[in-house]
Ligand binder design. Structure first.
Ligand SMILES: *[C@@H]1O[C@H](CO)[C@@H](O)[C@H](O)[C@H]1NC(C)=O
Ligand SMILES: *[C@@H]1O[C@H](CO)[C@@H](O)[C@H](O)[C@H]1NC(C)=O
Ligand SMILES: *[C@@H]1O[C@H](CO)[C@@H](O)[C@H](O)[C@H]1NC(C)=O
Ligand SMILES: *[C@@H]1O[C@H](CO)[C@@H](O)[C@H](O)[C@H]1NC(C)=O
Ligand SMILES: *[C@@H]1O[C@H](CO)[C@@H](O)[C@H](O)[C@H]1NC(C)=O
Ligand SMILES: *[C@@H]1O[C@H](CO)[C@@H](O)[C@H](O)[C@H]1NC(C)=O
Ligand SMILES: *[C@@H]1O[C@H](CO)[C@@H](O)[C@H](O)[C@H]1NC(C)=O
Ligand SMILES: *[C@@H]1O[C@H](CO)[C@@H](O)[C@H](O)[C@H]1NC(C)=O
Ligand SMILES: *[C@@H]1O[C@H](CO)[C@@H](O)[C@H](O)[C@H]1NC(C)=O
Ligand SMILES: *[C@@H]1O[C@H](CO)[C@@H](O)[C@H](O)[C@H]1NC(C)=O
Ligand SMILES: *[C@@H]1O[C@H](CO)[C@@H](O)[C@H](O)[C@H]1NC(C)=O
Length: 834
C-alpha cells in the first residue's frame, strides 16, 4: 500500500522534473523575415543553439512548424541557407516521423552530440498559422488558419479588431483597417475553425492569443470574417529629431518613415493624429520647412472622429508632387493635462481673415464635418457633428462661397457645385445652420455668418450639399458590354479617360474589384483608337497589393492630357458579360417600360428607360388615357385606374416625362406628346402610376372582346359617360365659384381672407404659384397671402378664368378634373422654388 503511493509519487516527481527541463526549452526561427521561416534555434540552459542539417527533411520541418503554430511545412532548408548561427549545436541526425509534439522528442544522435559546424545549420519555411485569402493581396482577405492539414476559415462570430491587429502585424501588413463579417465561405460545405480567438492586440502572433473552443464544436456565425490591413501604419510627430506632441507628421509607410505633404492637410486630419498619439486636440497646422526629401503625397480626408489616421479615406491617385519642404505639421494641445475651454458656439470670424486657415482658436472645438451619400468623401450632403449628433445645413442662401469653405475644410480641393433641396437625399437629426453667408475664406463652415447655431426654419428636404473638385468616381464605358470597356475616371467635375501605361495585373484587379466586376481582369491593348475627345486624366498608375481602391494607388499627377489618345485604357474584367436590354440597344418600346412598387406586374409606378437609366413620369395631366397606353403597351389589358401622387411610392433617379398627353390609342407611350425628356418641375412625390385589368400576357392585345373601338375620342372611350357628365358639372361649379369670387373682389377690393372653398383654393394656389414665379417676390412660405395686393388678386382672378378656359380647350372632359387635383398637391413644393 505505502510502497504503491511512494512509487507513484516518485514517478510523478520524475515526470515533472523531466517535463520542466524540457518545458523550459524554447524553439524559434531566426533571420527568415517572419516568425514562421528561418534558421531553427533552441534555447536550453540559457543558450540558443542550432540543429545540424544531417538527415534534415520535411518530416522534421513539419514538427517544427506545428510546434511553433506556424501551419504547414513548405520547405526544410540545409547548409545555413538563412545564415550561420552561433552557440551550441544541440541536435544532429534528427529523424522525426512528423507526428512528434516537440522537435527534441524526435530520435537523434542525442542532446548536444553532433559532428557539424554552423555552416550546416538547418532551417524551415512554414506556411504560417494564419493567412488572408481571396483578397487583393496578402494583406486583405478572408481569415484562414492552418490546422496542420488544411486552411480553415475563421468565422465572424465574436471576432474583434484587436485580433485583426495581431494578424496584420504578424503578416507584416501594418495595422488593421477593417473587419468585415458575413463573407461567403470558400466552399459550400462550410468548414469553420471551431475556436474563437480573443487577442488583446499586443500578442506577437495569432497563435499566442487566448482561444475559446466554441460550444459543441460549432461557432455561432453568419459567415467567414475578412480583414483588411493598411500600408499606412505607424505615425509620429517629429520635432528637431525627437518624437513629441508637435512637429512634422511622419508615417511609417512600407517600413520607412515618410513626412506627409502639407497641401490639403486639414485641421480634422490633425485632430485625428493628436488623438491617436494621446496628445489631446489639434491647436494648429503650421507649415514647416523642415526639409524632408521623401514627402509622401497622399491626401487624407478625415472628418475628425476617426480613431486612427489610416481609417480616414486616403487618396494618392493623381495627387501632385509636393514642393520640397512643404511638410504637414501639427501642434497638439498636449496629453490631456492642459484642458482647453470649449469653443464659443457663435464664434464667427471677421471677414477676410485668411490667416486663420492654419490655426484653430485656443479653445477645443469638438465639432466635425463630413459629406454623406455622395459616393465619396468629397461630395455629398453636408453634415456636422455636435453634442454627439450629426446634423445638416439648410440650403437657404447656400452658394459656392459656402461650399468652398466646406471643400477646403475637408481637404477636398475646390468647390464645383453647391447643391440644394436635398440633392444627396434628406438627412436626419438636427439642422445646425441656416442662412449661411460665408465669404469663402473661413477656416470652418460654422464660423461663417449665419442665423445662429441650431436656428433655422427648414426641413430636411432642404439639406445642403457640395461637390468638390477632388470628388472621384470610376466607370467603364462600352456600347454592349458590362464590366468591360474604356476606363473613365471622374475628376474636377468631368469624366476623362485613364492612360494605360504601365498598368499591371494588380492595378487592373483593383479596378475590377472596385467596380464589382470580379477579382481580375486584363488590359486590351489592341482595341484601336477611341472616338471623340475627352480629358486623359491620369497616367502611370501603380497600385500596391495593399491598396483597397484605385484612389489609394500612386500615379502621375492629374493632367488634362496625360498621354496620347492612343494610350487610353480599355479593360476587360472577369465579370464581363453582354449588356442586355434595356442596358443595350436595341430595345423595343415595351422593354423600355415597366411598373414598379405594385403588387403585380400589371400595376405600379410607371418607369421608363431613357438615356441609360430608369426614371419616372410626373403626374401632371396623367389620366386614364395615358394609363390605357401604358397598360396596352405592357400587355396588361385595360387601364382600371390612373394613379397620381406616387400612389405606389416615390421612385428615384430622373423624372423623365412630364405633361404626357396621349389619345389613348397609341401603341406606345413614346408616341404621345410630352415635355422634352428630363424636363419637369416635379418631384418624385408626383410619380404617376397605373393599375391595369390584366395579368401580363405575351400576346399582342387585339381581341379579348372589347366592347368599343370606334370612338373617335379615345381619351374618353374607356370611361362611362356618367363620369364625364359629372366632371362637366364639376367644371361648371368651379366656374361659378370663380365668378362669385371675382364679383366679391370687385365689391370689396380687399385682399382675400377666406379660402374655405377647397376647389377654389386649388385654383388660387396655382395662381399664387404662377404669379410668384413670374415676379419672384417670394421669400419663404406663408408670406405671400399677407403681402398680395388687391390688384394682384384681380389679375389672378382673370388669369384663373383664362386658365380654366385653356384647360377646357386643352383637355378632354376627363383631362380637366385631374390637373386641378394635381395643382393642389403640387403647390407647396413649387412654392419653395420662388
Ligand atoms: C535642435 O537640435 C539641434 C541639434 O540637433 C540643437 O542644436 C538645437 O538646440 C535643437 N533645438 C531645439 C529647439 O531643441
Ligand atoms: C516601420 O514599420 C515596420 C513594421 O510595421 C517596422 O518593422 C519598421 O521598423 C518601422 N520602421 C521604422 C523606421 O521604424
Ligand atoms: C504627458 O503627461 C505626463 C504626465 O501626465 C508627462 O510626464 C509627459 O511629459 C507628458 N508628455 C507630453 C508629450 O507632454
Ligand atoms: C462667448 O462669447 C461671448 C461674446 O462674444 C462672451 O461673452 C463669452 O464669454 C464667450 N464664452 C466663452 C466660453 O468663450
Ligand atoms: C479671401 O482671402 C484672399 C487671400 O487672402 C483675399 O484676397 C480675398 O479678398 C479674401 N476674400 C474675402 C471675401 O475676404
Ligand atoms: C493660441 O495660443 C498660443 C500660445 O499659447 C498663441 O501663440 C496663439 O497665437 C494663440 N492662437 C490664437 C488663435 O489665439
Ligand atoms: C454642377 O454645376 C454645373 C454648372 O454650374 C452644372 O452644369 C452641373 O449640372 C452641376 N452638377 C450637379 C450634379 O448639380
Ligand atoms: C452676406 O454678407 C455680405 C457681407 O459680407 C453682406 O453684404 C450681405 O448682405 C450678406 N447677405 C445676407 C443674405 O445676409
Ligand atoms: C479644374 O477645373 C478648373 C476650372 O474648372 C481649372 O481651373 C483647373 O485647372 C482644373 N484642374 C485640372 C487639373 O484640370
Ligand atoms: C479584350 O480581352 C478579352 C480577354 O483578353 C477578350 O475576350 C475580349 O474580346 C477583348 N475585347 C476586345 C474589344 O478586344
Ligand atoms: C433606386 O432604387 C433602387 C432600388 O430601390 C436602388 O437599387 C438604386 O440604387 C436607387 N437609385 C438611386 C439613384 O438612388
Amino acid at each position: 500500500m505505502n510502497g504503491h503511493y511512494f512509487l507513484q509519487g516518485l514517478v510523478s516527481l520524475l515526470f515533472s522534473v523531466l517535463s520542466r527541463a524540457q518545458g523550459s526549452r524554447q524553439l524559434r526561427l531566426v533571420d527568415g523575415g517572419s516568425p514562421c521561416a528561418g534558421r531553427v534555434e533552441i534555447l536550453d540552459r540559457s543558450s540558443w543553439g542550432t540543429i545540424c542539417d544531417d538527415g534534415w527533411d520535411l518530416d522534421d520541418a513539419r514538427v517544427v512548424c506545428r510546434q511553433l503554430g506556424c501551419g504547414e511545412a513548405l520547405d526544410a532548408t540545409v547548409s545555413s541557407s538563412f545564415g550561420a548561427g552561433s552557440g551550441p549545436i544541440w541536435l544532429d541526425n534528427v529523424r522525426c516521423t512528423g507526428k512528434e509534439s516537440h522537435v527534441w522528442r524526435c530520435p537523434s544522435r542525442g542532446w548536444g552530440k553532433h559532428y557539424c559546424d554552423h555552416s550546416e545549420d538547418a532551417g524551415v519555411i512554414c506556411s504560417g498559422f494564419v493567412r488572408l485569402a481571396g483578397g487583393d493581396g496578402p494583406c486583405s482577405g478572408r481569415v484562414e488558419v492552418h490546422s496542420g492539414e488544411a486552411w480553415i476559415p475563421v468565422s465572424d462570430g465574436n471576432f474583434k479588431l484587436s485580433t485583426a491587429q495581431v494578424i496584420c502585424a504578424e503578416l507584416g501588413c501594418g495595422k488593421a483597417v477593417s473587419v468585415l463579417g458575413h463573407m461567403p465561405f470558400r466552399e459550400s460545405n462550410g468548414r469553420v475553425w471551431a475556436e474563437e480567438f480573443r487577442c488583446e492586440g499586443e500578442e506577437p502572433k495569432l497563435w499566442s492569443c487566448p482561444r475559446v473552443p466554441c460550444p459543441g464544436g460549432t461557432c455561432h456565425h453568419s459567415g467567414a470574417v475578412q480583414v483588411v490591413c493598411s500600408v499606412y501604419t505607424d505615425i509620429r510627430l517629429m520635432k528637431n529629431g525627437t518624437s513629441s506632441c508637435e512637429g512634422q507628421v511622419e508615417m511609417n509607410i512600407s517600413g520607412q518613415w515618410r513626412a506627409l505633404c502639407a497641401s490639403h492637410w486639414s485641421l480634422a486630419n490633425a485632430n485625428v493624429v493628436c488623438h491617436q498619439l494621446g496628445c489631446g486636440v489639434a491647436i494648429s497646422t503650421p507649415n514647416r520647412a523642415e526639409g524632408s526629401d521623401q514627402l509622401w503625397k497622399a491626401w487624407f480626408h478625415c472628418s475628425g472622429t476617426e480613431s486612427f489616421l489610416w481609417k480616414c479615406p486616403v487618396t494618392a491617385l493623381g495627387v501632385p508632387d509636393c514642393s520640397h519642404g512643404n511638410t504637414a505639421s501639427v501642434i497638439c494641445s498636449g496629453n490631456q493635462t492642459q484642458v482647453l475651454p470649449q469653443c464659443n458656439d457663435s464664434v464667427s470670424e471677421p471677414a477676410g481673415s485668411a490667416a486663420s486657415e492654419e490655426s484653430a482658436p485656443n479653445c477645443s472645438d469638438s465639432r466635425q464635418l463630413r459629406l454623406v451619400d455622395g459616393g465619396g468623401p468629397c461630395a455629398g450632403r453636408v453634415e456636422i457633428l455636435d453634442q454627439g449628433s450629426w446634423g445638416t445645413i439648410c440650403d437657404d442662401g447656400w452658394d459656392l462661397d459656402d461650399a468652398r469653405v466646406v471643400c477646403r475644410q475637408l481637404g477636398c480641393g475646390e468647390a464645383l457645385n453647391a447643391t440644394r433641396s436635398a440633392h444627396f437625399g434628406a438627412g436626419s437629426g438636427p439642422i445646425w445652420l441656416d442662412d449661411l453667408n460665408c465669404t469663402g475664406n473661413e477656416s470652418h463652415v460654422w464660423r461663417c455668418p449665419s442665423r445662429g447655431w441650431g436656428r433655422h426654419d427648414c426641413r430636411h428636404k432642404e439639406d445642403a450639399g457640395v461637390i468638390c473638385s477632388e470628388f472621384l468616381a470610376l466607370r467603364m464605358v462600352s456600347e454592349d458590354q458590362l464590366c468591360a470597356g474604356w476606363l473613365e475616371v471622374f475628376y474636377n467635375g468631368t469624366w476623362g479617360s485613364v492612360c494605360r501605361s504601365p498598368m499591371d495585373d494588380v492595378t487592373v484587379s483593383i479596378i475590377c474589384r472596385q467596380l464589382g466586376c470580379g477579382d481580375s481582369g486584363s488590359l486590351n491593348s489592341s482595341v484601336g483608337l477611341r472616338e471623340g475627345s475627352r480629358p486623359r486624366w491620369v497616367d502611370l498608375i501603380q497600385c500596391r497589393k495593399t491598396d483597397t481602391s484605385l484612389w489609394q494607388c500612386p500615379s502621375d499627377p492629374w493632367k488634362y492630357s496625360s498621354c496620347s489618345p492612343k494610350e487610353e485604357a480599355y479593360i476587360s474584367c472577369a465579370g464581363r458579360r453582354p449588356k442586355s436590354c434595356p442596358t443595350a440597344a436595341p430595345c423595343t418600346d415595351r422593354e423600355k417600360l415597366r411598373l414598379r412598387g405594385g403588387d403585380s406586374e400589371c400595376s405600379g409606378r410607371v418607369e421608363v428607360w431613357h438615356s441609360g437609366s430608369w426614371g419616372t413620369v410626373c403626374d401632371d395631366s396623367w389620366s386614364l388615357a395615358e394609363a390605357e397606353v401604358v397598360c396596352q403597351q405592357l400587355g396588361c389589358g385595360r387601364a382600371l385606374e390612373a394613379l397620381r401622387a406616387a400612389a405606389f411610392g416615390p421612385g428615384n433617379g430622373s423624372i423623365w416625362l412630364d405633361e404626357v398627353r396621349c389619345w389613348g390609342r397609341e401603341s406606345s407611350l413614346w408616341d404621345c406628346a410630352a415635355e422634352p425628356w428630363g424636363q419637369s418641375d416635379c418631384k418624385h412625390e408626383q410619380d404617376a402610376g397605373v393599375r391595369c385589368s390584366g395579368a401580363r400576357t405575351t400576346l399582342p392585345l387585339t381581341t379579348a372582346g372589347t366592347k368599343t373601338t370606334s370612338n373617335p375620342l379615345p381619351g374618353i372611350f374607356s370611361l362611362p359617360g356618367v363620369l364625364c357628365l359629372f366632371l362637366g358639372a364639376l367644371l361648371f361649379l368651379v366656374l361659378v365659384i370663380l365668378v362669385t369670387q371675382l364679383l366679391r373682389w370687385r365689391a370689396e377690393r380687399r385682399a382675400l381672407s377666406s379660402y374655405e372653398e377647397s376647389l377654389a383654393e386649388a385654383v388660387y394656389e396655382e395662381l399664387d404659384d404662377f404669379v410668384t414665379r413670374k415676379e419672384s417676390l417670394l421669400g419663404s412660405p406663408g408670406t405671400v397671402r399677407s403681402t398680395v395686393t388687391t390688384d394682384l388678386n384681380q389679375i389672378r382672378g382673370l388669369m384663373s378664368l383664362l386658365k380654366i378656359m385653356m384647360m377646357l380647350k386643352r383637355y378632354q372632359c376627363l383631362g380637366l378634373f385631374l390637373p386641378l387635383r394635381g395643382v393642389r398637391r403640387k403647390y407647396p413644393q413649387r412654392r419653395r422654388m420662388g
